[in-house]
Design a protein around this ligand. Sequence first.
Ligand code: ZN
Length: 297
Amino acid sequence: MQEHSSRPVRQRPLLGFSGNEIDRAANHRRDPAWVAAQRASPKAAVIEIAGDKVATAGPHVQTRSPRESEELVFLGLDHDDRPYFAARAANAEESWRDLRSLAIEGTVPPAELGLLAQARSLINWHMTHGFCANCGVATRMMDGGYRRHCESCGTDHFPRTDPVIIIVVRSARGLLLGRQKIWAPGMYSALAGFMEPGETIENAARREVFEESAIHVGDIHYVMSQPWPFPSSLMIGLIGEAEDDAITVDPVELETARWFGRDELLLMHEERHPDGFKFPTRMAIAHHLILEALQLP
Ligand SMILES: [Zn+2]
């Protein structure tokens, strides 16, 4: 059996999309002959993606064999060295499931859910980057799907990941949570926003919290991250210490925001808050940040 060293460590299986265990074999996939040999393997498995929907077979993602001359993105090798690929399906069939629902239900094993996140983000990137952003000419897939090359101007394009900071801010008054109008009634969550070019993670977090709530944040520490394949975000989970506690909500970003004390948060966690307030389920990183900030297991 071949030795590979890039296998990620298993982490927090209840956190949706974070359990990917595939070995991406990044050193090998630059070699077209190696990728072709993986594709020709009788064990090769293809996951078809249409938008954010996939076929399932019982509690597993459904796969099929590669078809001749179809364009495939190499995902990696599983623990038995089975090569996995992703393909774009033109349409989802009636029975196909969307990735959010699969994550909420938790029926698909965490490693497969993580693989789906990788597949969905990559397929989406190829669909939307068929032409060179520099000169407009059609680009060609390379490196098993981790690069698109423009032969006209020589530019290489690489799959993007969009970092988003998500932060639970705490003070003596409790944890700062906000809600957006479109959310389910009573739902409150951590504040979040896309990072901007030239920003550090810490500065992005301080900016977002100040914009949305007028709270200043001092110390920040990193807790965990979560791939969020809609289409290609990476949630960077943080806890920050508030330097003041008077909230002014930005009505463009949030419907409301407030401090929640520990007793209230425990009621929300047990889904028995008298006003029906709640926070996201354990498939979402906000859930784990709130528990971490409360020092709950
Ligand atoms: Zn070009």
